[in-house]
Design a protein around this ligand. Structure first.
Ligand SMILES: NC(=O)c1ccc[n+]([C@@H]2O[C@H](COP(=O)([O-])OP(=O)(O)OC[C@H]3O[C@@H](n4cnc5c(N)ncnc54)[C@H](O)[C@@H]3O)[C@@H](O)[C@H]2O)c1
Length: 410
């Protein structure tokens, strides 16, 4: 089978990293065209690709040339948040299946536009949400689908990542986070936790998110960091950032569950996605790597955590997700513990076999991305409830045909 010819847009930290650690090693795909707004980033990727791939890609500073080119079959975009929707829609309009990096939308209209473009063209946009392929997330999903946790009632997760260095270094590093934190107050990065939760709760496939409340704390973490950290632009010590340090979002679902999302990127802490699933028969919590199954412990006599915190290890033998069983057999590869590899493989498989049914489709992409602008509205209104649109126009109730099968483990 011929290789898929990929146009790669956005060659900063993520784009270059994905080219180097995933795309150049991945069977079935070759990089024929690359693009960034900065010539030095294009040049760096060009040299790497030419050397490792054995032939050079075309280059440009204008993403429209990548999309229009007869040399590209699919588009992968690792650009800054602001450009994701524009690039995705342009690719879909050109008939090219597009994988887009994570991040929220800027307006609700962008999400409607994504869906409208898919419904008009039949070309999908797949959010490259690698955390849907995390080993713990997929183990938990497998256990949920086998009914081990009973009826699922509540899920939570967060993007708990101390990014003070990255954010405050934004001008120096030409990075988009700084300008976003200066101007917007919202749940700006919902999908690392919402993606896996949406799979657990069958969002857009028998269930849907109805609405949300969001509240933000004051913004002082970045000021404090700038004031005490050598090398950081001192003017940021007194800058009035818009983005609250911690944003909490509560979402209700048609099937009666609640989801809590936390954005937490400008105070000191260690990394976590805090993935938690609670059901009538048990729970998983990433905080302690802990699985609790009703009847196996007496909760009355355990204080806060089990003696064998991190007992998740015991469950892999029985409940490892088939995607990970195969991955472990074949040899785990790529960044972020392998999930970057898996999400890219899923993109390629969808492009090859059934591009109308990627495992994360345009409806998922739109409904996950819309949390950002809706949270912004809610925060402005002191946490007022904001409805989440049904992008599927009622089809979520029986939309099993839209799933490619990867997450279907029955
Ligand atoms: N899934 C993950 O684990 C993960 C990890 C890191 C970053 N990301 C995501 O990847 C994306 C990029 O993040 P990053 O850290 O590499 O940022 P970055 O700023 O280092 O790189 C983004 C690049 O996109 C380029 N770009 C922006 N607009 C463009 C346009 N219109 N045309 C062409 N190029 C354009 C910029 O010039 C920049 O070089 C973001 O969406 C981020 O959230 C995901």
């Amino acid at each position: 089978m011929e290789n898929l010819r990929a146009g790669v847009i956005g060659l900063g930290g993520r784009g270059y990293g994905m080219v180097k650690a995933v795309l150049l090693d991945m069977p079935g795909i070759e990089i024929t065209y690359i693009c960034d707004l900065y010539q030095d980033r294009v040049d760096r990727a060009y040299e790497l690709i030419k050397e490792k791939q054995g032939f050079a890609p075309k280059t440009t500073l204008d993403y429209r040339e990548v999309i229009a080119s007869p040399d590209t079959d699919v588009i992968l975009t690792y650009s800054a948040w602001e450009a994701h929707v524009e690039i995705a829609i342009a690719a879909m309009n050109a008939g090219k299946f597009v994988g887009t990096e994570v991040g929220g939308a800027y307006t609700l209209q962008q999400c409607y536009d994504l869906v409208e473009t898919y419904e008009r063209t039949g070309v999908q946009c797949m959010m490259l949400e690698n955390c849907c392929y995390g080993r713990e997330e997929l183990l938990t999903l497998n256990m949920v689908k086998q009914g081990i946790f009973g009826d699922i009632v509540f899920c939570s997760g967060g993007y708990h990542h101390d990014l003070r260095d990255e954010i405050t270094g934004g001008d120096k590093n030409r990075h988009y986070r700084l300008r976003n934190y200066k101007a917007r107050n919202c749940e700006n990065y919902p999908t690392h936790e919402l993606g896996p939760i949406a799979k657990v709760l069958d969002i857009n496939r028998g269930n849907r998110m109805l609405g949300l409340h969001s509240m933000a704390t004051k913004a002082v973490g970045l000021n404090d960091y700038a004031a005490k950290t050598e090398g950081v632009d001192p003017s940021l010590a007194n800058f009035k950032f818009a983005q609250g340090d911690i944003v909490t979002t509560v979402i209700d679902c048609a099937n009666g569950q609640n989801i809590v999302l936390t954005l937490d990127t400008s105070l000191p802490r260690i990394y976590s996605r805090g993935f938690t699933v609670r059901g009538t028969h048990g729970m998983y919590s990433e905080w302690d790597g802990e699985i609790i199954i009703d009847g196996q412990i007496d909760p009355k006599f355990e204080w806060s955590r089990l003696d064998d915190a991190n007992n998740i290890k015991r469950y892999y033998e029985k409940y490892e997700h088939p995607i990970w069983q195969k991955f472990l057999n074949d040899g785990v590869r790529g960044g972020h513990g392998g999930m970057d590899w898996l999400v890219t493989e899923a993109f390629i498989e969808a492009a090859r076999n059934s591009s109308s049914k990627p495992p994360i489709d345009t409806y998922d992409t739109a409904s996950w991305m819309c949390i950002t602008p809706l949270s912004e509205i809610s925060i402005k209104n002191h946490g007022n409830y904001v409805e989440i649109p049904d992008f599927t126009s009622g089809r979520w109730k029986d939309r099993t045909d839209f799933t490619v099968g990867e997450f279907n483990i029955d």
